[in-house]
Design a protein around this ligand. Structure first.
Ligand code: ZN
Length: 189
């Protein structure tokens, strides 16, 4: 288990295009393993290789309802549908959140750790995370999708202090990091 160093804006690697992985080598497996450890350590919903200093097209996602992390090698968005506004944050842009435009549903193609290509349809938080992480691999950050210039704001840490005085409720939306809650997209389906 290894926790990798996070790359933070304005690190230029966050604006670079990652390269296609030709084959799932032991090094790629190791990278994936370390990225999963790092994502969990940072309480993130997802992590892309650029964020830990690698320009391989590799990303991992783990939403609260997943039993195991989703590994995406050479992921590609095949199709998107609809539009919605969601609140988002990024481990590489600490201290901020923003309101962004995202798709309602996405269809993605990627390779798994077994070297096989799979396709996936997603909505809600997973769709948001897929768009966010695949963007990273193309040098794009969520701040590029802001609804308006005013929709980026600093996180206030007041609630961290409040938490010490109150019972801690089981609320996943407290994890104010990488592509968090889709709370702004109120409508279902
Ligand atoms: Zn991010």
């Amino acid at each position: 288990m290894a926790i990798l160093d996070m790359r933070i804006l304005p690190d230029p690697i966050l604006r670079k295009q990652a390269k296609k992985v030709a084959k799932v080598t032991p090094q790629i497996k190791k990278l994936v393993e370390n990225m999963v450890d790092t994502m969990r350590d940072q309480h993130g919903v997802g992590l892309a290789a650029n964020q830990v200093g690698s320009l391989q097209k590799v990303a991992v996602i783990e939403t609260p309802d997943m039993e195991e992390p989703l590994v995406l090698i050479n992921p590609e968005v095949l199709k998107t549908d609809g539009e919605r506004q969601v609140e988002e944050g990024c481990l590489s842009v600490p201290g901020y959140r923003g309101l962004v435009n995202r798709s309602e549903t996405v269809r993605v193609k990627a390779m798994g750790l077994d070297g096989k290509i799979y396709r996936l349809n997603a909505d809600e938080l997973l769709a948001q995370a897929l768009e966010h992480e695949i963007d990273h691999l193309n040098g794009i950050l969520y701040i590029d999708h802001l609804v308006s210039h005013e929709s980026l704001y600093k996180i206030t840490y007041e609630h961290d202090y409040e938490d010490e005085d109150h019972e801690h409720d089981e609320d996943d939306s407290e994890d104010s990091v990488e592509s968090v809650t889709a709370e702004a997209s109120a409508s279902e389906d």
